[in-house]
Design a protein around this ligand. Sequence first.
Ligand SMILES: [Mn+2]
Length: 328
Amino acid sequence: MEHCANISYTQFIMSTTEVETIGFDPAPRGEFPLRQMLIDSDMDGIVSGAILLKVYPEIKFLFGNPAGVQEGIFDKYIDRKSAVVDLPYIPGCGLYFDHHLGNRPKKPMPGAWADMPSAARVVYEYFKPFYNLKNFARLIPEVDKFDSGAMKLSDINNPSFGLQLAFTTVQKDKQYFAYLVRMIASSSYDELMHNKEIRERTTDLENRIRNINLDLKHIKQGRDKIAILDLRNSDLVNIHISILEKELLDYEVVITMKENERKVQFTMYQNNLLELPYEYDLLAVARRINPTHSGGHKKGCGFAKPANLTVAECLDKACEIINTQIVL
Ligand SMILES: [Mn+2]
């Protein structure tokens, strides 16, 4: 069983590395004069950044987030010598790397966009023929799995080191993220496994998950096949969704609510731990509710609460649209 799952995953990766890439090379790879990169504040952004740091040892980095890019807060930092990675495109940047369906470029831009499981995979495939990226080879499939929601129940119950490392990035700690970019760029998988700082974090998290109250009763609203989790005042906000999904095996879709600087952000996930015979298009749901502040993938995406709707109205609308998608 486990063996079969591995084979199909490898085949999945094989087929995704063949996909068409949108983008063009403004210079020989690695020779475009980059000064800095804006990367997403998550595992995928960190590993993408680490690969770029290996190719461009002098590059500075800045951590961003999709909502911030959509609000334009990073525009003033971005110029021709900047790369934008694992985030929405910012016009005027020098190189762009991404994989989100919601960010698929309508015309070629400098860099590479491809429908791959992670942005780290896009960056890795882009530079691999020209640079020695061997130290990333074991980590990239783990990032693919983590970022595309391809984790199975066995991965949650018995996570590999790469996934444990990914789980530590759910808690947003920019200093730790910057440390990880540097460490991942310069270490092998085995060296990372023995890194004291990382080991402490993975052990801490393991203990926290073991001891945390995963009874979701107080924050959960169940609506047929959709579970709604209000994480606005919950310490579960720093626990990865797949760990919560383990408690939500009766639900096909999970919607979470978080609050960031007094703005409510909704995230929708297809429950990865279930083998569903179909795929929801949650990105279409997010875009219908908020066309300008939404993004992600079909199976996992988010949107900001639009000013003209209340939280309850957003949830009603999301559930209503989701319920029309699959009629069996
Ligand atoms: Mn990503």
